[in-house]
Design a protein around this ligand. Sequence first.
Ligand SMILES: [Zn+2]
Length: 606
Amino acid sequence: MDSLVNSPLESPGAAQVAACVALPAAEHARRSFAQQSESAAWERGHRLRNQRQRAARGTTQGSRDSRSSHEDRYSPRRWKYLRAMTNWSVNCANIWTGDPLRPWRRGMTIRDGRIVSLDEGSAPSSGHSAFTGSWILPGLIDAHAHLLMGGLTLQRLDLSAARSRDDFDRLIDAHCTTLTADQWLEAFGWNEHNWNGARPDHSWLRAAGARPAVAWRCDQHAALVNESAMGALDLRTDVAGGTIVREVHGAPTGLLLEQAAWQLLAPRIPQPSLTSRARACSEACNHLLSVGVTTVGAMEYLDQIEQVLVPARDAGRLTVRVAATVLDRVRPLPFARARAIRGDDFLRIIGFKSFADGTLGSSTAAMFDRYCDSDSRGSLMEHALEGTLTEWMREVLEANYSPSVHAIGDRALNEVLQAAVACDLMKRVRFEHAQTVHPDSIARFRNRLVSMQPFHKAGDAPLARTRLGTHRDNRCFQFRSFLTAGARLAFGSDWPIASADPLEGMRVAITGLALDGKVYGASANLTAHEAITAYTQGAAECLDDSSGAGTLAIGSPADFIVVDRNPLACDWMDEAPQVLTTVVGGIVRYDATDTAGNHDTTAATA
Ligand SMILES: [Zn+2]
């Protein structure tokens, strides 16, 4: 049929650009980013997006053209029709396939959730949809997120907008009115670098009153508790790998770092009910769909997989495909339980995880040289600290799972590399984060899976410069060097530690723009093509996904997104494309025009 091959540089006229109506869930993610951002450049990009949204709602003058064309193409009525189909066609679209030999197509036909033909979109079987003036990409794959934690944080108080102690008070005060008298206050997202860098203490949670209150730092590597919560904890002695921050006279300040937070506090926080965890799972899926994610590499504890993800999958409520990595790391590892979970297109267990160090934000990432602003070099953790990393890795590989290791400091990354070299078997090791790398090590990453989260650069690059000094700039967020060395780059978000929005992540990888509005390490910047590839084919490979996800080819799952502008040609400094529609397995799972948020539908077979 239509055999036109579009050039990536073909750019739409303004009238062709489909604008978009309100996106409640997507807006949530962007809001937290916008609130963190003091950057004029970021704000300009957001303003442009907001204008596009207002235009779509018809609230500004001169928007009628874009609104009517938008309604034509994205009318909820039309989607309602297509939702009832599993066999349908797409035509008149600019479809970027990810296939280097044939990157652009004009149409495709979908049958039973898979692509059965390309360039034949104008011969619909049961229904068809024209996408003139919009762009279709393979569904985005997030190689590293925390699905259930992300869903639960959507139900908790978000402190990422707090710029002062007053903000803290005000947000907590308002949130308490939504809680019952005996309910814990749970918050997350604070960052002392949003004010003068002073570490908060228990008195910052005074507005919670007599109820126990806990507020996790944005990186989840530190937690603040109030006096009431402290009363429930044994804070007499430190735990290995953790710190109970104390006043000069030895009394705990309420701030618990790393293992002190995870071991002493986390088990004491009342677990959310199964009902609210199931709701968190659905909300997390909806949130990811709204930002264009169709497959997620989820870091989860095994009992959560068993209790929440498996029932959700069995009930057809898992609307995003999940490749889970098990967070349980006490040996013996629960391989038999993991194997007992049946894998299918929507839920698979692919590996086990360990943590080799902490974070740059908490100065706990293990570095070769000292931090510039303290005497510390950070510290190895868990198996890496005990000297059992190679043994653990071999065990995981021999059980036919992929070992995934958190390593942020250059020294931690080297430890993981050495362990990987010592036991290189069939399945490969996933290097998670890899935020700093020693220049002497980079060549050794050839053909290895490096799983990075570009949006962390937006938050951590300014801090890294203070903590590590400009002389170590060439070690931080080395996207380009990893690719040059022949590493396989997979992108993800680390949501809810950072925004789940892959398009915002791409923007950082392409521009180097950080939240303070400055560009950091521009020599590490990627092209849009490379960034999209890392969020599609790279992430699919990292998640051991051989279904064809990450490309649009005959036989691939019909997982794709529709965006409002050409991601390969737009100016990412000023704008990022916006997701209009997300399709998983041929089913429309997210539609930006569906203001009722009713996109969690199950299609009938046509
Ligand atoms: Zn993570």
